[in-house]
Design a protein around this ligand. Structure first.
Ligand SMILES: C[S@@+](CC[C@H](N)C(=O)[O-])C[C@H]1O[C@@H](n2cnc3c(N)ncnc32)[C@H](O)[C@@H]1O
Length: 198
């Protein structure tokens, strides 16, 4: 269902829904502490809105695997011909088609509320992060704003960003450490690390 929902919106996504405030996107990318040369998994890439801001931090020596469950959204990203070493994969975060602990960081920009089985999504993301690597769940709106918007749309009304305590519990139950959640009037960022020894 969620795949169909986003596929139906792929044509109008960039004009109507995507974040257009490039200063906000840049500020969020800066907060992620991504380093030159990092290998990143971008989950729920959609039309690729956040990719240029990720590459602004990891540079041309960096690499992104960009996954999305909605092929039409991903196609919109692909045809942009964005610069950088990017592999686009149509895949579900609940079954990431990657072997081993290979990513310095996993980024979910504006996508996490839509993951239908959040514990399973966390387990899969943890599996592919290098020991000591990080997970970033980020939005350029507050948690309250995102949940309010989603509550008004029947197809995504259950797709919420959990409250701080619930998010902490979900992340720690999955095996993440160093959990920090920042939720302010126009942004949300949950950071967590994969322990060096799991
Ligand atoms: C709100 S859109 C955001 C897209 C893009 N990050 C942006 O900011 O414009 C959420 C994206 O997450 C994708 N998505 C939802 N559930 C997913 C899943 N289980 N696995 C991978 N991608 C998923 C959707 O297809 C959609 O493209």
């Amino acid at each position: 269902m969620i795949r169909a929902y986003f596929n139906e919106r792929a044509d109008i996504w960039d004009e109507t829904v995507a974040e257009k405030d490039t200063a906000k996107l840049e500020r969020m990318a800066t907060r992620l502490n991504l380093k030159p040369g990092f290998k990143i998994l971008d989950v729920g890439t959609g039309t690729g809105v956040f990719l240029p801001f990720i590459f602004g931090k990891i540079g041309q020596d960096g690499q992104v695997i960009a996954i999305d469950i909605a092929d039409e959204m991903l196609l919109k990203a692909k045809v942009k011909g964005l610069p950088g070493n990017i592999d686009y994969l149509c895949a579900d975060v609940m079954e990431i088609p990657v072997v081993g602990e290979v990513f310095d960081a996993v980024v979910c920009y504006s996508s996490f509320p839509h993951f239908q089985d959040k514990p399973k999504a966390f387990a899969e993301m943890l599996r592919v992060i290098k020991p000591g690597g990080s997970l970033m769940i980020c939005h350029t709106s507050s948690r309250a704003h995102i949940n309010e918007i989603h509550s008004q749309i029947p197809d995504v009304r259950h797709d919420i960003l959990p409250a701080g305590d619930d998010m902490q519990l979900l992340l720690s139950a999955a095996g993440f450490s160093d959990i920090a959640i920042e939720d302010d009037s126009d942004s949300y960022l949950a950071r967590a690390s994969k322990p060096q020894m799991v």
